[in-house]
Ligand binder design. Structure first.
Ligand code: NAI
Ligand code: SF4
Length: 422
C-alpha cells in the first residue's frame, strides 16, 4: 500500500516546514480556506468515514458537526497528544517526524468547526516532541499559516503546546481539559460532551494526533477516495505499533482491517527465535487478550469488538511461549493501579485488589478461589466512572478466562513455572 500517513517520515529534515511544503504540504489548507466552506469540509470528512484513532473510534465528521452547530464562542480545538498507554507509540512518529501534518489537520478542523484557539496537549514524557512542535508552530506563524487572517481570509487561529505532567489519566479527554485549565486532571461526567462544554466549559473539539494527520489527505484527495481504503465500515490507513516478542517491532502503516496474523508474521517478521506465539493484546494494555487461534481477526474497531476485545489505539503486544501470562497480567494491572486517579471506588479499590491477588498467584501463594474473586472484582469495575477503570481489568479477567490452566499451574506448583532455576 502507498504510504499515506507516513509519507514524509523518511525524508531528511521531515519535521521542517520547507520539506513539508516541498512535498505538497499546506495545499489542503489552501484548498479548504479558499475553495471550501466549513460545511463542505465536514461533509467531506463524514464521507471519508474517518473514525477517531485515539481508541474509541467515534466518527470524526459527526464530532465536528456537533461542535460546528454550537454557537457559543470562543470555541477551542485540542489535539490529544498524551499517548500514555504501555506499548503505544504511534502518535510519537507523527509528532516528531511530521508535525506539520498534525498542525495542518488542526487548522482545517478549526476552520470547519469555528474554533479560534488551539492546544496540543502533549505527553510530558515527550520532551523532544515538544521542541519539534514548538519549532513547527513558530515556522507556521512565520509563513502565515497561523495567527490573524490566515492566507488573507477571515479565519484566525492561535496554537499552543501544553505539556502534561506524567499522569496517564490526562489522556482521558475531560481529565485532559481539567489539566489544561490548570487543575488536577480528573474525568468529568459525560454528557455534556466536550463539543458542547469542554475547555472553560466552552465548545471544544478533542481529536487524537493520528486522526488529525488524516485530514489533509482527505481534503486533498476527497472523502470518497479515502473511504475505499481498508475496511468498508471503518476505512482509512491505520498506524499499528507492534511490540513484544516479534523480530521487527515498530510502527506499521497498513489499511484498517489488516489481519492481525499478517501484522505479526509478515510485517513484524514473526516471533523472535521462531518460537511459538502464546498470546496477543491487540489494542493496548487495556484490551482483552487473544490466543494464537484468534489472530485471523481483521484489525478494525467492529471486528475486534465482535471478537470480544478492542482496537484501542492499535498497540499490538505480542507474547511468546516463554512468557508468563500471569506476570504479564500483573505488570499491566500494576500500571493501572498506579495511574488510577482515585476518584471512584470500583477503579481505586478494584485495581488494588487485582494487583494484590494476581501478585499472590504469581508468587505461588494463590488459591483457586482467587480466580473467582478476580472475575467478580472485574465485573464490579465495569461500573467505574471512566474508561480507565472500565477497561483496566480486561488484561487480567481475559487472561484468567483464556489461560486458566496457567494460573492454576502457579497455584498448584506454588511458584511461577517460568522462573528460571526452578
Ligand atoms: P467515548 O466513547 O466516551 O468518546 C469518544 C469520543 O467521542 C470522545 O471525544 C467523546 O467526546 C466523543 N463522543 C462520544 N459520544 C458523543 C456524543 N454523543 N456527542 C458528542 N461527542 C461524543 O470514549 P473515551 O472514553 O473518550 O475514549 C476511550 C478510548 O480511549 C478507549 O477505547 C481506549 O482504547 C482509548 N485509550 C487510548 C489511549 C492512548 O494512549 N491513545 C490510552 C487509553 C485509552
Ligand atoms: Fe479515576 Fe479510575 Fe474512576 Fe476513572 S475509573 S475516575 S481513573 S478512579
Amino acid at each position: 500500500m502507498e504510504r499515506l500517513l507516513l509519507r514524509n517520515v523518511d525524508k531528511e529534515n521531515s519535521h521542517t516546514i520547507e520539506v513539508y511544503i516541498k512535498g505538497g504540504g499546506y495545499q489542503a489548507l489552501k484548498k479548504a480556506l479558499k475553495e471550501m466552506s466549513p460545511e463542505d469540509i465536514i461533509e467531506e470528512v463524514k464521507e471519508s468515514g474517518l473514525r477517531g484513532r485515539g481508541g474509541a473510534g467515534f466518527p470524526t465528521g459527526l464530532k465536528w458537526e456537533f461542535a460546528a452547530a454550537d454557537v457559543k464562542e470562543p470555541k477551542f480545538f485540542v489535539c490529544n497528544a498524551d499517548e500514555g498507554e504501555p506499548c503505544t507509540f504511534k502518535d510519537r512518529v507523527i509528532i516528531e517526524k511530521d508535525p506539520h501534518a498534525l498542525i495542518e489537520g488542526m487548522l482545517i478542523g478549526a476552520y470547519a468547526t469555528g474554533c479560534r484557539y488551539g492546544y496540543i496537549y502533549l505527553r510530558g514524557e515527550y520532551p523532544i516532541g515538544r521542541k519539534i512542535l514548538e519549532r513547527a508552530i513558530a515556522e507556521a506563524y512565520e509563513k502565515g499559516f497561523l495567527g490573524e487572517n490566515i492566507l488573507g481570509t477571515e479565519f484566525s487561529f492561535d496554537l499552543y503546546v501544553h505539556s502534561g505532567a506524567g499522569a496517564y489519566i490526562c489522556g482521558e479527554e475531560t481529565a485532559l481539559i481539567d489539566s489544561l485549565e490548570g487543575r488536577r486532571g480528573e474525568p468529568r461526567i459525560k454528557p455534556p460532551f466536550p463539543v458542547n462544554a469542554g475547555y472553560l466549559w466552552q465548545p471544544t473539539v478533542v481529536n487524537n494526533v493520528e486522526t488529525l494527520a488524516n485530514i489533509p489527505l482527505i481534503i486533498e484527495r476527497g472523502g470518497k477516495w479515502y473511504s475505499q481504503i481498508g475496511s468498508p465500515d471503518c476505512p482509512g490507513p491505520k498506524l499499528y505499533a507492534v511490540s513484544g516478542k516479534v523480530k521487527r517491532p515498530g510502527v506499521y502503516e497498513l489499511p484498517m482491517g489488516t489481519p492481525l496474523r499478517e501484522i505479526i508474521y509478515e510485517h513484524a517478521g514473526g516471533i523472535v527465535g521462531d518460537r511459538k506465539l502464546k498470546a496477543v493484546f491487540p489494542g493496548g494494555a487495556s484490551s482483552c487478550v487473544l490466543t494464537p487461534e484468534e489472530i485471523d481477526v481483521p484489525m478494525d474497531f467492529p471486528s475486534l469488538a465482535k471478537a470480544g476485545t478492542m482496537l484501542g489505539s492499535g498497540a499490538v503486544m505480542v507474547l511468546d511461549e516463554t512468557d508468563c501470562i500471569v506476570k504479564a497480567a500483573l505488570r499491566l494491572i500494576e500500571f493501572f493501579r498506579h495511574e488510577s486517579c482515585g476518584k471512584c471506588v470500583p477503579c481505586r479499590e478494584g485495581t488494588d485488589w487485582l494487583v494484590r491477588i494476581v501478585r499472590r498467584i504469581e508468587e505461588g501463594q494463590g488459591t483457586e478461589d482467587d480466580l473467582d474473586v478476580i472475575l467478580s472484582v472485574s465485573e464490579t469495575m465495569e461500573n467505574s466512572f471512566c474508561g480507565l477503570g472500565m477497561a483496566a481489568h480486561n488484561p487480567v479477567a481475559s487472561t484468567v478466562k483464556k489461560f486458566r490452566e496457567e494460573f492454576l499451574k502457579h497455584i498448584k506448583l506454588g511458584r511461577c513455572p517460568f522462573r528460571s532455576g526452578q
